[in-house]
Design a protein around this ligand. Structure first.
Ligand code: S3P
Length: 168
């Protein structure tokens, strides 16, 4: 078991928690969205706009596949839609311990309100979109994960502590 990989819905705190977890464990933090933006020299919203979602999903799979060669144990946060591909779930299992961060719909709405960086949430009713996507994705997150950590009403330090206990 090598890397620790955080999965979960947009706004569940993968990047914030991931950075803190990496700091606490003395590991390097890697975010698949950031890596894609660096490699493409483009924001994710621009990639979606110019080339479409399937192109972006292929980039996610490529980043994950490349990580199989990584020797240093990392803390990795992946985009919320990444575990939806069957192939990606197989890579996640090979990469290490998968932790699913959950949050209530109200919390997600609060965190994602006014966000313009996530193309799949733009336009229409935010809460309805979140509920619909959660319905479609929830069981797949469950299938992909080794352990689940609820984040509502917990501090970052508490969540980090819980994850460290769970992955041991
Ligand atoms: C997406 C989540 C985003 C990003 C892209 C698509 C999704 O990442 O990969 O906008 O489909 O859930 P975060 O979960 O880090 O926001």
């Amino acid at each position: 078991m090598k890397h620790i990989i955080l999965i979960g819905f947009m706004g569940s705190g993968k990047s914030t928690i991931g950075k803190e977890l990496a700091k606490t464990m003395g590991r390097t933090f890697l975010d698949t969205d950031d890596r894609i933006e660096e490699q493409q020299q483009m924001k994710i919203s621009t990639i979606f706009e110019k080339y479409g979602e399937v192109y972006f999903r292929d980039l996610e799979t490529k980043v994950l596949k490349d990580l199989l060669e990584e020797q240093e144990p990392l803390v990795i946060a992946v985009g919320g839609g990444l575990p939806m591909r069957f192939e990606n779930r197989a890579y996640l299992k090979q990469l290490g311990k998968v932790v699913y961060l959950t949050a209530e719909v109200d919390t997600l709405v609060q965190r994602l309100e006014g966000d313009t960086t996530r193309p799949i949430l733009q336009g229409g009713d935010l809460r309805k979109k979140i509920v619909g996507l959660m319905e479609a994705r929830g069981s797949i997150y469950e299938e992909a994960t080794d352990c689940k950590v609820h984040t509502d009403q917990k501090s970052c330090a508490q969540i980090v502590e819980e994850i460290i206990k769970d992955v041991q």
